[in-house]
Each structure stands twice: as structure tokens, then as C-alpha cells.
Design a protein around this ligand. Structure first.
Ligand code: SAH
Ligand code: SF4
Length: 361
């Protein structure tokens, strides 16, 4: 693919319609193209037999449906599958499929690296390179679909791979529209979860625009600790974040928002901290997902013991807060939460990194 070729994989239906209108083609071309790609798995314009020759030739020379391929596939003992997808400049992103009894969840990446810099996350340790385009995010689904056997269907999507999805807002919205569309992946909004460290303005916008399920990386019950664990908190403290969450739930009629809490030994896992957390979330549309910490080379944190996780959980349950401990999946292939490191060429220019960071923090 050349840079001049327009990648149609990243266009949601409305933009595809505008594209075809620009070629003086009828609206039904949108449905036809999406059916070729998403139902028939055909990516070569020349094989699209219901397009006339002129259109096929035009598309073939000006557009593309290309996506980056998997360099390596790892399958865990528990059936979790991880793909390493190669990007220009020797960079690699990761995508993970987690099979369960009655569903299959694909965990996708939204950026190459991440700027938020949470000290307990492998992606944060890698630094940041760039946002992914919508066609590159859709490409991850196509790689997974191509590689998985028929019975392993993708029923749910979680933006819990590499990157902070709300820092790549417009491409995420495009992706969600393609995921939702009946001629696209036909995955309903409630089966798509955006996980965020808490970019409050974008969160508010998301609540106005699309009603996907929401997961908030809380990880601490007060600002002092959260400033350290999730540094975006210095700009958007807990009170602002929670206010945006409750508004989101109300607007989108969501019964619950998930609060993710990675259990870090001696850091955020004490009884007092459980009580503090319970106070924040009591009688709110909230449930808590306790995540056992997954380690990676060079990290200074340790995992909380099982009994202490249970104790912490019981305090939340006693306050009437639905709380589960997340099962660790795919740890033997480094595919568990927070272990996705890919290969990120950190932006060499410190000034540019600082400028980007300033916009966030
Ligand atoms: N950037 C998004 C999506 C990230 S990953 C976000 O932060 O929400 C999904 C979850 O895994 C997040 O809650 C993240 O904080 C958590 N996580 C990160 N590193 C982890 C680790 N080493 N062990 C366990 N969970 C981790
Ligand atoms: Fe980025 Fe999320 Fe990792 Fe924090 S936890 S560094 S926001 S990917």
C-alpha cells in the first residue's frame, strides 16, 4: 500500500457513503462493499463482481483494504490467543482473544504505546509512539477473525489492549460505528467496552455520542495515591471523574459502570483503602473488578496475596457493591492485563513527547 492510497477499512458507513457519492455512485455501494469485506472476506476490488469494471479499476488504483499482518501467534494453555501485529518502523502492537463458555472477547489496542505512564503497566513503561488509525484498529479484528477457527466467534470487544482509547477519540468513534453496523461486525454497543484511565472531557463526549459499556481504571480510592498510580489524575481528579461517570450512566441508561482496581501489595490493597473505595461507590451504578497484578520485567510492584484480595472484596460486598476478582488469562504467553508491551519506538524527540503529554496532563 502506498501512502496515497485511501484505506477504506477505516471509513464508517456514513463516510463510505460520502466517498461513493463523490464518485457519483449510488448509496447501495456502501452495503455491497461492506458485504464483500465483512461477510465474504474479500479484500481485492477486482473480485467484487457486482462493481462495474470502471469502478473496480478506480478503486484498485486509488484505494486499498489492506491491513497489517500478524508476525507471530501465541496460544496459551487456557486457549487465550495473542497476535503480534507488525507496524511500520519495526513496531509491534498486540491483540488478544479470550474464549469463555458463552462468549469470545477480543482485546484490542488503540495506540502504539501510551502516554499516561501508569507505573504498574507494561505498555506505560514502553513509552509512546503514535495513535492508531481506525483502519488499523479494524485490521486487528480482521487478523483475529482470519486466524480463529469457526467456533471461536468474536462476540465482545474491549478496548483494553495497548494505549489509552480516549486519547485517540475520533478514530475510536469511527471504529465503534463500523463494529456496530449490521453490515460491519454487527456487535451491539453494550458488547463493546471502552476502558479509560479517566480523560474526563472525552468521557463526557462519549456519553453524549455513543452508549458503549464503560470501564474506569480507578486503582486508588483517593487523589494522593491515584496521582501516583494513574498520573492523569493530577489533571482530572477522582471527584470530577466520578461525576462524569454518573452522568454517563444516566444519559446512556447504563445499569453499571465497571471500576477496575489492580491489587498492588502494600500500596492500594489495605482494609482502610477498601472502606474508602466503598464510600466512593456505595449506592451508585458501579461494580468493581479486582485485577490481580500481572508482573513484567523491570516493574517494582508485587501482587497482593489471594486471601487479602478476598478480604478486600468482602469489605466491598458488605457495602452492597458488586465485586468480582478478574480471572487471569493468558499469563503464560504474557497476554494478561497490563502485560502487553509490543515493540514501541518511543518518540525520540523529548519536546514533542512533552507537548503531547501537556495536552493530556
Ligand atoms: N489504557 C486503558 C486500557 C488498559 S488495560 C486503561 O488504562 O483503562 C486494562 C486494565 O489493566 C486497566 O485497568 C489497567 O490499568 C490494568 N493494568 C495495567 N497494568 C496492569 C498489570 N500489570 N496488572 C494488572 N492490571 C493491569
Ligand atoms: Fe496507558 Fe492504560 Fe497502561 Fe495506564 S494502564 S499506561 S492508561 S495502557
Amino acid at each position: 500500500m502506498t501512502d496515497l492510497q485511501h484505506n477504506l477499512l477505516g471509513l464508517p458507513p456514513k463516510e463510505l457513503q460520502e466517498f461513493f457519492e463523490g464518485l457519483e455512485e449510488k448509496t447501495y455501494r456502501v452495503k455491497q462493499l461492506m458485504q464483500w469485506v465483512y461477510s465474504k472476506h474479500v479484500y481485492d476490488f477486482n473480485s467484487m463482481t457486482n462493481f462495474n469494471i470502471d469502478l473496480r479499476e478506480y478503486l484498485d488504483s486509488h484505494c486499498t483494504l489492506a491491513f497489517d499482518l500478524s508476525l507471530r501467534t501465541d496460544v496459551s494453555r487456557d486457549g487465550t490467543t495473542k497476535w503480534l501485529i507488525g507496524k511500520q518502523g519495526n513496531q509491534i502492537i498486540e491483540t488478544v482473544f479470550i474464549p469463555e463458555d458463552n462468549r469470545g472477547t477480543l482485546c484490542i489496542s488503540s495506540q502504539i504505546g501510551c502516554l499516561i505512564d501508569c507505573p504498574f503497566c507494561a505498555t506505560g513503561h514502553q513509552g509512546f509512539n503514535r495513535n492508531l488509525k481506525a483502519h488499523e484498529i479494524i485490521g486487528q479484528l480482521l487478523v483475529a477473525r482470519k486466524s480463529l477457527s469457526e467456533e471461536k466467534r468474536i462476540t465482545n470487544i474491549v478496548f483494553m489492549g495497548m494505549g489509552e482509547p480516549l486519547a485517540n477519540y475520533s478514530e475510536i468513534i469511527k471504529t465503534i460505528k463500523i463494529l456496530n453496523d449490521p453490515n460491519g461486525f454487527n456487535i451491539s454497543r453494550r458488547r463493546i467496552t471502552v476502558s479509560t484511565s479517566g480523560l474526563v472531557p472525552q468521557l463526557r463526549k462519549l456519553g453524549d455520542e455513543v452508549g458503549v459499556a464503560l470501564a474506569i481504571s480507578l486503582h486508588a480510592p483517593n487523589d494522593k495515591l491515584r496521582d501516583e498510580l494513574v498520573p492523569i489524575n493530577r489533571k482530572h481528579p477522582i471527584a470530577d471523574l466520578l461525576e462524569a461517570c454518573w452522568l454517563y450512566a444516566k444519559k446512556q441508561n447504563l445499569r453499571t459502570i465497571t471500576f477496575e482496581y489492580t491489587m498492588l501489595k502494600g500500596v492500594n490493597d489495605g482494609k482502610e483503602q477498601a472502606k474508602e473505595l466503598a464510600k466512593l461507590l456505595k449506592n451508585k451504578p458501579a461494580k468493581v473488578n479486582l485485577i490481580p497484578f500481572n508482573t513484567f520485567p523491570g516493574v517494582k510492584f508485587e501482587a497482593t496475596d489471594r486471601e487479602n484480595i478476598d478480604e478486600f472484596r468482602n469489605i466491598l460486598l458488605e457495602s452492597g457493591i458488586m465485586t468480582i476478582t478478574r480471572k487471569t488469562r493468558g499469563a503464560d504467553i504474557q497476554a494478561a492485563c497490563g502485560q502487553l508491551s509490543g515493540s514501541v519506538r518511543n518518540l525520540a524527540k523529548k519536546t514533542l513527547r512533552q507537548k503531547l503529554k501537556k495536552q493530556l496532563h
